[in-house]
Design a protein around this ligand. Structure first.
Ligand code: SAM
Length: 231
């Protein structure tokens, strides 16, 4: 990984913002991911994220913290927050922005336990593919203190396969439709392609049941997105 995501965050943090990140997937064209959005404060967050922050309690782990927006908000509110991200640049930026407890670490390497675990901005993306969901959920469950909760958002991206006549062009023999190849570039450089998973609520709920987690729909967004609470 070249960590172009982290490099872009560092540029923005250091006042060198000239370009946005460019993303695309195997089923969608290039799109801009505006860097200011990755530095959003509470008032600019989508309602699902605001709701997740309102439900957070006790000791908190923010998985894939990026520039640390959610953790910074909760830290200011006096919560005990730990943030992790595999991007060195993201962790550096989070520290520069004042986050006290933030580490370069992958979710599967985390071992402490928490009252609340947050995975936000398509939190299921980190699971990468459907076949890994049980492994990640089992691990997340092992990081929960008694009565702990996991708050994560995702989307049902079936709409991305809809054609103009309202039909769907999904290949029934292909993998689960929410499994995407994700491409990212910044300032003309291309990141190593990644896998990124979007999970519809019913599939997430079913996966939770198989590992002994309860999965509740907290809130739906405007565009097939939702916030789930796992306990
Ligand atoms: C879409 S960004 C979201 C960033 C942040 N949560 C936000 O809402 O602005 C996903 C983040 O997850 C991180 N990430 C991906 N896989 C991870 C893993 N296995 N463990 C921890 N972080 C991971 C990426 O580096 C990236 O910063």
């Amino acid at each position: 990984m070249k960590d172009l995501f982290g490099r872009a965050l560092l540029d923005y943090q250091n006042g060198h913002y000239t370009e946005d990140l460019i993303t695309s997937t195997n089923i969608s064209e290039e799109d801009e991911l505006p860097l200011p959005y990755l530095f959003r404060d509470f008032k600019d967050m989508p309602k699902l994220e605001k709701k997740a922050l309102q439900l957070a309690k006790g000791s908190i782990l923010d998985v894939g913290c990026g520039a640390g927006n959610h953790s910074l908000y909760l830290q200011k509110k006096g919560f005990d927050v730990k943030a992790i991200d595999i991007s060195k640049g993201a962790v550096e930026v989070s520290k520069l922005r004042g986050l006290n407890n933030v580490e370069v670490k992958s979710l599967l390497d985390e071992t402490e336990t928490f009252d609340t675990i947050l995975l936000l901005m398509n939190g299921t993306g980190i699971f990468q593919e459907l076949s890994q969901v049980s492994k990640y959920l089992t691990h997340l469950k092992s990081l929960l203190k008694p009565n702990g909760q996991i708050l994560m958002d995702s989307s049902d991206i079936k709409y991305m396969y809809e054609d103009e006549d309202g039909g769907f062009w999904m290949d029934a023999h292909a993998n689960y439709y929410g499994e995407l190849d994700y491409y990212l570039s910044y300032k003309g450089e291309e990141e190593t392609p990644m896998k990124w998973l979007y999970l519809d609520f019913d599939t997430l709920k079913l996966a939770c049941e198989t590992v002994g987690l309860r999965c509740e729909l907290v809130l739906e967004g405007k565009h097939f997105d939702y916030l789930a609470r796992l306990a």
